[in-house]
Design a protein around this ligand. Structure first.
Ligand code: HEC
Length: 109
């Protein structure tokens, strides 16, 4: 009985953590302009988040590199998909928050 209660609590805790993380990322992205050029599964001006996840998922050091690219902007990695558009910089976005966004993007399947 105690075991059931405990694992139930653990499960609820896990769920809560994931929802809180996704909610937090949504809040950060909501304060930025990402959605005007990106969606989860459709290419807009920029590649979709699923395209980005497919290309980079599991690659070493990629969270920091992509977070920095969001902050400083730039192009050249998706020319075939974007016709050479560059992403504008987001200098007001702190690195830890950019990293949180990238982790969320890379979790899209
Ligand atoms: C004005 C349009 C625009 C906005 C706004 C924008 N992006 Fe982008 N994004 C792009 C384009 C275009 C690319 C492709 C750049 C390239 O070819 O290297 C891109 C690429 C990316 C990449 C992949 C970078 C790489 O080197 O592969 C990530 C991650 C990303 N954007 C996240 C975001 C996030 C998060 C936001 C909001 C903070 C955002 N973008 C806002 C247009 C935009």
């Amino acid at each position: 009985m105690n075991k059931i209660v405990l694992s139930g609590a653990l499960f609820a805790g896990l769920l809560f953590t994931q929802t809180a993380q996704a909610g937090n990322v949504q809040k950060i992205m909501g304060s930025q302009d990402c959605a005007s050029c990106h969606s989860v599964d459709q290419k807009l001006v920029g590649p979709s988040f699923k395209m980005i996840a497919d290309r980079y998922r599991g690659k070493k050091g990629v969270v920091k590199v992509l977070a920095q690219k969001i902050i400083t902007g730039g192009g050249g990695n998706w020319t075939a998909d974007t016709g050479g558009m560059a992403m504008p910089p987001h200098p007001g976005l702190p690195l830890p928050q950019a990293e949180e966004i990238v982790k969320w993007i890379l979790s899209q399947k």
